[in-house]
Design a binder for this molecule. Structure first.
Ligand SMILES: [Zn+2]
Length: 158
């Protein structure tokens, strides 16, 4: 990065973006915010989203189907969502890590407890559970016995 920052590191506030959109920002601030938008994709995206909401609002208002007090609420919700997105992502990082560790610990603990419970109930922890393979061995054994029985009953083949 050789370019000096075009705007102080601070991003324009949501209110400033709103005022710019509404044409209510004083000229000097407007110049600064517009310069920032030119160099900051994130703020530009926020501004575009805000503009899309306002445009949609104007269009819908033209239809006369939406009460006028709805759109300030939509705009507020959009700004709120922007703030929430920023803060939630930041604040979720630690709980997610802690939650993952807690989950791992909990499942390990539950596994240990289950083994103890089985040991208390049966006197010993079953080390090997019946598997499909065991079932197949049983079936194979039965088939072998049935075949032997059939061969013993049937006359010997030539
Ligand atoms: Zn920015």
């Amino acid at each position: 990065m050789t370019d000096p920052p075009r705007w102080p590191p601070d991003h324009p506030t949501d209110a400033a973006l709103n005022d710019l959109l509404d044409g209510r920002l004083p000229l000097d601030s407007r110049t600064q915010v517009e310069a920032h938008l030119g160099g900051c994709a994130r703020c530009q995206a926020d501004y575009d989203a805000l503009a899309a909401v306002v445009t949609l609002g104007a269009r819908m208002r033209g239809l006369g189907t939406v009460p006028p007090d709805v759109w300030p609420q939509v705009a507020a919700a959009t700004i709120h969502a922007r703030a929430v997105r920023r803060h939630v992502l930041r604040s979720l990082r630690l709980p997610l890590v802690v939650g993952g560790l807690a989950l791992a610990a909990a499942s390990a603990w539950l596994g240990m407890r289950a083994e103890r419970a089985m040991a208390a109930r049966g006197g010993s922890v079953p080390t090997a559970r019946p598997t499909i393979h065991d079932g197949m061995e049983v079936m194979e054994e039965r088939r072998r016995r049935a075949k032997e029985k059939a061969e013993a009953l049937a006359p010997a083949r030539p």
